[in-house]
Design a protein around this ligand. Sequence first.
Ligand SMILES: [Zn+2]
Ligand SMILES: [Zn+2]
Length: 212
Amino acid sequence: MKIKRFVVGMLETNAYIVYDEMSHEALVIDPGCELRKMTDFIDRNFLKLKGIVLTHCHYDHIGAVSGLKKKYEAPVYAHKKEVKGLADPQINHSAYSNGKPVSISVDLALSDGDTIAVEGFALQVIHTPGHTQGGICLKVVDQDIIFTGDTIFSDDIGRMDLEGGSEDSMKKSLLNKASKWPDSTVINPGHGDSSTMGDVRKRNAEYIYMVK
Ligand SMILES: [Zn+2]
Ligand SMILES: [Zn+2]
């Protein structure tokens, strides 16, 4: 399994393509807003896009979803509590951004513990509300690699003051889920560089009580 990261848009959002080199099957995690970067890579590497998985609804992560879905007929996955926000430009904030308002319909609504499997690898859904109600992290099955969206960054955690955000939920997500991830776990966040949970525990001093 390989991971390709793209940094896209004004907010320098991380968009990921996860793929298997043998089968060429791929999943996009949070395509961001630069469709061309995604399609160029997918086409150049002869990847078969099997799904577009969204960690949460915010506009900086979703601009290229419709274009990808149309071109590759890949289904859109998101947590069931994120369906409303993805459809509503006010909630996903695209209504307030410089681009066009974005409304996305989810094809497959996810719950905590669900697995999205393609030939060669699989992602497991970890529901981590706090930044949004239906925010998820995605763990690569059988590997210590987790895509954390805007829940955990290498030196911070996601803001909790937007619609659906909740400090109480964030604390629970960190205590009940993230605190169990070993130091060696690689985290690939929605913004900024990758890190390990060991480094996150050191750097996130302010929130250490949550993630220790
Ligand atoms: Zn966000
Ligand atoms: Zn973001």
